[in-house]
Design a protein around this ligand. Sequence first.
Ligand code: M6R
Length: 611
Amino acid sequence: MCGIVGYVGTNHCAQLLLSGLRRLEYRGYDSAGIAIADEEGEVRVCRAEGKLQQLEQAYREDPFDGTIGLGHTRWATHGRPSELNAHPHRAGRVIVAHNGIIENYLELKKELTARGCKFSSETDTEVVAHLIDEMWSDSDQSLHDATRLALDKIEGSYALAVISTENPDELVVARYASPMVVAHGDNCAYAASDVPAVLDHTRKFVFLHDGDTAVLSQEGIAVYGDDGQPVEREVKRIHWDPVSAEKQGYKHFMLKEIHEQPARITDTLRGRVSVDRGEVNLAELNLDADKVADLDKIVFLACGTSYFAAQIAKYMIEEVARISVETDLASEFRYRNPLVSDRTLAIAISQSGETADTLAAIREAGELGATTLSIVNVIESTIARETDGVLYTHAGPEIGVASTKAFTTQLAAVGMLAIKLGRLNGTLDVEAARELISALRQVPAELETMLQDTSQYEEIARQYSRANSFLYLGRGNQYPIAMEGALKLKEISYIHAEGYAAGEMKHGPIALIDRNLPVVVLSPQNSVYEKTASNLEEVKARGGRIIAIGTEGDDRLDAFSDVVISLPEVPEFVQPLVSVLAVQLLAYHIADFKGTDVDQPRNLAKSVTVE
Ligand code: M6R
């Protein structure tokens, strides 16, 4: 995910900006840049694709310095990783670094181009620089005034840092749905997307609120609320050491990423869904009604957690769009003789976009004549580049080896895809589409509520972490969540776990049930609730210990279970997006209680680029 660092003061700041960017490296990035204004207001920009080493090398070859500047690490979302797309971006007098997504950038770009603006990048951010420059029409205005006027035209999320050639002693920042902090120093001020960027220089931070803007100068920091009026924001002293600051105070990256899920799902839906119109806009996939009507089937190809997202896609798409869906483990698909035709749509799901088996399988499907799409998190990764269309999840870099936010954003993506296919196929009317879109939009708030108090999971971890094995049961769209729960538990706690279709229990696993085998039953109120609840009673009758994950207020689960984890009531379509949070937290707290290496479990790699 992108990172921003900014400085204004009395000292030369090039080294401070570069070291600030180093502190943000853990967030992942694919290009970086700095911009610095000298005392006369001349601004120099240096950018490079790749790692910071490349930027430092480019800077060393042609160094410059000054007392105000911006630095940025970019994780590509709009436009591939390249020097031209790297931030900061300049338009006329204005230089901008931006984190977030400008939803209406295409519309704004068209208007700006018609008025004569020339664009040098493919990014959404450059639009912001042009808009601010255009708004700064009057000499009585300040850079801050122009920035606020430009922000009125922008839809989306942003953490912005802006400097100018006109006013080289002021740095303007803005925040909406993307973090931004400002910090006080001696005769200087700092701006950053994350605390670690400037923690070596100051401990006095102000956390901006959504809608805030701030003007930073040698004299200090003035903050303005969303109505443009000055506001007082509390100055907080941060005592974190740099490593816990990278984790934003969380004990592990995995826990931080679990807590990020509401925001990352919102980012994934952003600009793509309209509840009012009952529409999903996935223009990047080039799907139309004729193409969809001609499909013989859809085949999903994936590995690990991404494979479970594919299995949920099957439930969603078959239910909503009535198109036959197959799911294949990529490692199996590539070595059998699969039935694929030019009427097949093959879709790879991959966080990294580099998984060797998934890549080989989607290539194979393409060679057999299928149209290929991908649902990928990493922009310009190999799978993204090699498929006919790509739907990016906006999970941001996932550092914990155990996939969490990548999975829930994949589910948001396949949910949108199901609605899109249903509309194109004529199986979903506008009213029904509206309801499903609202359900997707409801998820982040429900997850936020669930994340407010997780103490129950710590207690469960204390009671159950000595078990040698766990069984997870689920039916319908909770069956893949049962398997994902089991995978999460085994990979980070090293406890054996199995995920099973609840209806299959009596065909074998029931023999395992005794006091020593905790059984996690995913049983929210849905179309298969009665069936799952009967399975739960069967486990109870055999003396099994039950951890039930069900809908809030379900007395039946209370009566038959040792522990009940409550889920908010949401439509069945999106139940996997909330129940998975419970199994993630369960696995995390058990592993943490056991003291395993949660972020880098033994024998595992984040990206499996070999067979
Ligand atoms: O990058 P991908 O989504 O293609 O990765 C697939 C699997 O390797 C990955 O999901 C793996 O199973 C995770 N460790 C699960 O937490």
